[in-house]
Design a protein. Structure first.
Length: 594
């Protein structure tokens, strides 16, 4: 039956494929495609694990037999019988094998895919006794997964719910991965930014999540991957079933499930038009970004990993305007990258950019970017966005911070580097930061380690910072406006919360005034200023930002050419007057067309 699920449009384009539902609790299970030659091996792995669990349960049953445990706990004996029965169920075994043979899923993925199918069937049952069997099934699958991981006794630890698995295997593509016949799209309750990094290497053509806001970091990574995505789709992961045909309309924020052939054909056509449009835009790659009236505009790119440099060059960006270094630190189970590892990552970006400037932002963890997915949850009443994140965290970890600063300064010996500090608010934070930068330089000098010069910049992300720009300009060479956070903190809208996403308004008069005054004050002092939040990559905002005087934009590589096209069509002289009228309007959105 066809139906539609609505969410937030976060990453453009159309994806058409079969749904892979990954329950949140299963997100930490390895998901990769195997080569045809590995099918037998995976089935064997599964068989060995299953037999190991059956044997082990058998040993427990034998030990219980005649002992007082069996009499004292008859329900335990019955439970073990049920587990053995489930493990030997031929239908279940055949279905799991089918996922491996037909879809080329790895064994763990096949097992949990079938678990999801059965779980749904159990949930739909009227009989409460049968509904309860769902828990048995989950325990049995957990036992087999544990046996496959080889982490201790599958039986003794079976009741433990911890299913932690090295994150490096999460959603990863296997070295010998093969493409399945139909593209696959991932449907999950939630994906953390760390999940998203693994997702980047995966074979999925798009994704849908139940939760998440438009400028949350999950959405940001989706845009950087340039794959269609819809977040905040509420109960999508419950409504959509494993294997359903799904169309993700990333422009409209709509997911069409089980579409009719006519609708499929229509979206197939739209998909073709999107790729034609991209092809057409790619011709602008080497065209300088200059407005009709001759104003030069700098188009920079935002990246998360050194591997993103290729996309930056392909997009024709003239530098990296924001390297979100925190992604190097995520999902490493507390083992942070040391100075050399960081240095190599930063140096690779600097060298890869072949003399173009690279803006490296110091670590910005916290809020919706925890270092570890399993990081201890903070008490519910605390708001992590207001808490110890970004520079606040770095200043509480001076050793870690100086290590990062040293690595960045060392990378600056290989090409132009701008150092950027997130979320500064207080003069005292500015002074502490600068003192630590000096300390890093002194250490390197004393040790005779080569390093290069780096321009020093601050992000304007907090209203307090935007209201005290002259203070920042006393200490910094340039400013970069992080509109995602500036909007979040000015309008009191959690950027990751879909329930208030409709209030996240980049053209709220308060935001426009903060932007206009920050840009004007920088220019008055001859200092450069850019916008590196999502607003910079939004084609509907380009004319307004140009009108407000902005000449430097940093965005996902995938957006660079579309923004360039807007710039080539713009006349800043005319936009200047128009922007003033937008600035003083009660409802600026009404004046902004596309
Ligand atoms: C921003 O806040 O606009 C920004 C660019 O930083 P991040 O999205 O990483 O918080
Ligand atoms: Mg920010």
């Amino acid at each position: 039956m066809s139906f539609t699920v609505h969410g937030l449009a976060v990453s453009r384009g159309i994806a058409i494929g079969r749904a892979v539902i990954v329950a949140s609790s299963r997100l930490d299970v390895a998901h990769y495609f195997i080569g045809a030659e590995q099918v037998e091996h995976e089935i064997e792995r599964l068989r060995v694990a299953r037999n190991a669990v059956v044997d082990e349960i058998g040993r427990v049953q034998a030990a219980m037999h005649g002992s007082s445990t069996a009499e004292a706990h008859p329900e335990l004996a019955a439970l073990l019988d049920v587990h053995v029965m489930l493990l030997q169920d031929e239908q279940m075994t055949a279905a799991v094998k089918n996922w491996i043979e037909e879809r080329h899923y790895n064994a763990e993925w096949a097992l949990t895919a079938q678990l999801d199918v059965l779980t749904r069937q159990f949930e739909e049952m009227d009989d409460p006794y049968l509904r309860e069997r769902k828990a048995d099934l989950e325990q049995v699958v957990e036992r087999v997964l544990r046996a496959m991981r080889g982490d201790g006794s599958a039986v003794d630890s079976a009741e433990a719910t911890d299913s932690s698995f090295p994150e490096s295997t999460l959603l990863s593509s296997h070295p010998t991965a093969v493409a399945p016949e139909a593209p696959l799209v991932l449907i999950a309750h939630d994906l953390s930014p760390a999940d998203m990094l693994q997702f980047k290497q995966s074979a999925f053509a798009g994704f849908v999540t139940d939760v998440g806001g438009k400028t949350g970091h999950t959405a940001i990574v989706a845009r950087s991957m340039d794959i269609p995505a819809v977040v905040g789709a509420r109960s999508a992961s419950h409504l959509i079933k494993q294997d359903d045909w799904v169309i993700i309309d990333g422009d409209a924020g709509v997911v069409l499930v089980d579409p009719s052939p006519v609708v499929l054909a229509e979206y197939g056509e739209r998909q073709r038009r999107v790729s034609q449009e991209r092809e057409r835009l790619s011709r602008l790659r080497n065209t300088p970004a200059v407005t009709v009236d001759g104003e030069k505009v700098e188009l920079l790119a935002n990246i998360e990993q050194p591997g993103d440099v290729e996309a930056v060059l392909k997009a024709g960006a003239v530098g990296v305007g924001l390297f979100r270094t925190e992604f190097l630190f995520m999902g490493r189970a507390g083992k942070l990258p040391d100075e050399d590892e960081q240095y190599r990552a930063y140096r690779n970006v600097v060298k890869g950019m072949r003399g173009m400037p690279v803006t490296i932002r110091t670590i910005d963890v916290g809020a919706d970017k925890p270092l570890d997915r399993d990081a201890a949850p903070r008490e519910d009443h605390l708001n992590p966005a207001m808490g110890l994140r970004a520079i606040r965290w770095s200043l509480t970890e001076p050793a870690m911070f100086v290590t990062q600063l040293r690595a960045i300064l060392r990378a600056a010996a290989h090409g132009p580097v701008n150092l950027l500090v997130p979320m500064l608010t207080h003069a005292s934070e500015i002074k502490q930061t600068i003192a630590l930068i000096e300390r890093a330089k002194e250490q390197l000098t004393d040790e005779g380690v080569p390093f290069g010069p780096a321009k020093l910049g601050a992000m304007i992300e907090v209203p307090a910072a935007a209201l005290t720009v002259p203070l920042f300009l006393r200490y910094f060479d340039y400013l970069s406006i992080g509109t995602n956070d500036l909007i979040q903190y000015t309008l009191a809208i959690d950027r990751a919360d879909e329930s208030v996403a409709h209030l996240f308004d980049p053209v709220h008069p308060a935001i426009l005034q903060l932007l206009a005054s920050t840009i004007a004050m920088c220019h008055a002092q001859g200092k450069s200023v850019s916008v590196c939040g999502e607003m910079a990559g939004d084609v509907q905002m380009t004319r307004l930002l140009l009108g407000l005087g902005l000449r430097s934009f940093s965005m996902h590589p995938s957006q660079v050419l579309a923004i360039k096209q807007q710039i080539l069509r713009s006349d800043t002289e005319r936009l200047k007057a128009w922007a003033q009228s937008v600035l003083s309007a009660e409802d600026p959105a009404a004046l902004i067309d596309d």
